[in-house]
Ligand binder design. Structure first.
Ligand code: GLY
Ligand code: MN
Ligand code: MN
Length: 436
């Protein structure tokens, strides 16, 4: 699909938002730095460059360090584009594509030349504070940033198109990873199969892939990649995404090897619950309330599989479900995999607290059309948390023999990226799997 028209509409939206944000903060200009890479200590090498998400909001440019967007209300946005004279590194290609008509573009050779072209007075300057930029006073004014972050939650049709593409890249690579798992590959081998199918290197992915066989599924952020396959691969949890012009997908799937029917049955129940939560990504739904509801539903799953005997109410109250599902139901996603403003109370800032007893929930806002969130329930067999549970009165409600039987599978997480609309939710992840 041609992005020219949706991009033009996207820029019109960003201009209107910037007009309002600048007037709220009393500023004349918005300056958005692409930013520059961070240098390694005592070294002449840099960490992988990740451009300022505010810059990527304006432009599909992920690798133009030192460049700037300059916006002054009433004027066409300017791009000061740094194209160095450099024979050591790949230099950004000259501006071309569907986006160029929306900008007045000036090409310069150095970051300092770019800074020299910036307006000097009464600017809202959106940039990371580190590394510093010589000659620029970075202020990230809260009135401006809060307003922009609040509205960044509402994705434009252009952004949704890029997120669909990021989902297709992820789904394609997930298929290759599942195939590698079924062929008995090591975690490292599965990871390589994933990268090859995504056609992205690690540094381009929106977050480090989690590729865990067997017990490793119980380590929530397992990014170790064993080089040799285990003697038997019983289960496989993969949490990995893809990037499209600076937008992220975030996808988790869990698989049982053939012959492990009891674990497959538990996966099937978590998936049924997950689809129920996805169906509730609707206008006005409080995300925090959906997270608490998920705890009750997962308690029912644990009971149906004979892992616990308690009622849902009592399992949630006593902390049983928190031991098996010790993270949040999900988070906003977009330019960043954990996108901004999940807790924000209004466009002028503030914060909606997490419900008591749910310290890792990453979103408390009510859902509205245009928002994209992940829905990622899980059930895990984590030794540390189960040991703590054993010392509590609730231990009597657990079938420990069942728990022990499941430990060698690690855990289950199923994660989709879902758009809230005026009607049915759009499941970016399932649509992407269906299309590849
Ligand atoms: N992959 C990180 C997360 O699911 O939030
Ligand atoms: Mn996630
Ligand atoms: Mn994830």
């Amino acid at each position: 699909m041609s992005l020219e028209l949706p991009y033009a509409q996207h820029i019109a939206t960003l201009r209107a938002r910037a007009d309002k944000a600048l007037s709220l903060g009393g500023f004349d200009h918005l300056l958005v730095a692409a930013s520059t890479p961070l240098r390694k200590f005592l070294d002449d090498q840099d960490y992988s460059f990740v451009a300022n998400p505010h810059f990527r909001h304006w432009l599909p440019l992920t690798d133009t360090p030192g460049s700037w967007v300059v916006y002054t209300p009433g004027h066409k946005p300017k791009l000061i584009f740094v194209q160095p004279r450099d024979y050591w590194h790949v230099v950004p290609a000259a501006p071309s594509g569907y986006w160029v008509d929306q900008f007045d573009i000036t090409i310069v050779r150095t970051s300092a030349e770019a800074v020299a072209l910036l307006p000097k007075d009464n600017c809202a300057v959106i940039a990371p504070n580190c590394p510093q930029i010589d000659g620029v006073e970075i202020n990230n004014p809260p009135a401006v940033v809060d307003y922009l972050h609040w509205h960044r939650s509402y994705k434009t049709p252009y952004e949704l198109e890029l997120m669909r593409e990021a989902s297709r890249i992820g789904a394609r690579a997930h298929r290759a990873a599942e195939k590698a798992f079924r062929a008995g590959e090591s975690e490292f081998g599965i990871h390589l199969a994933y990268l090859a199918a995504a056609r992205q290197i690690d540094a381009e992915l929106p977050y480090p892939s989690i590729v865990g066989l067997n017990e490793h599924g119980a380590i929530l952020h397992y990014t170790h990649f064993d080089r040799t396959p285990p003697s038997q691969s019983r289960s496989f949890l993969i949490d990995a995404g893809g990037s499209a012009s600076g937008y992220a997908s975030d996808i988790t799937r869990t698989y049982a090897a053939a012959g492990h029917g009891e674990f497959q049955a538990l996966i099937d129940s978590v998936e049924k619950a997950q689809l129920d939560f996805v169906s509730k990504v609707t206008d006005g739904q409080s995300y925090a309330a959906l997270h608490v509801y998920a705890h009750h539903t997962l308690a029912d799953v644990l009971r149906e599989h004979g892992i616990i005997h308690a009622s849902a109410e009592s399992a949630v109250q006593s902390g049983i479900t928190a031991a098996f599902f010790p993270h949040g139901l999900g988070h906003p996603i977009g330019l960043q995999v954990h996108d901004v403003a999940g807790f924000q109370a209004s466009e002028s800032g503030g914060s909606i607290p997490r419900p008591e007893g749910h310290p890792y929930l990453r979103m408390t806002r009510a859902l509205e059309p245009g928002m994209v969130v992940t829905i990622e329930p899980g059930l895990y067999f984590i030794d540390m948390l189960l040991d703590e549970l054993r010392d509590k009165p609730a231990a009597k409600d657990i079938d420990w023999a069942k728990v022990d039987a499941f430990r060698s599978y690690g855990g289950i997480r199923i994660e989709d990226d879902v758009v809230c609309t005026r009607g049915e939710p759009e499941n970016l992840t399932r649509d992407a799997f269906a299309s590849v």
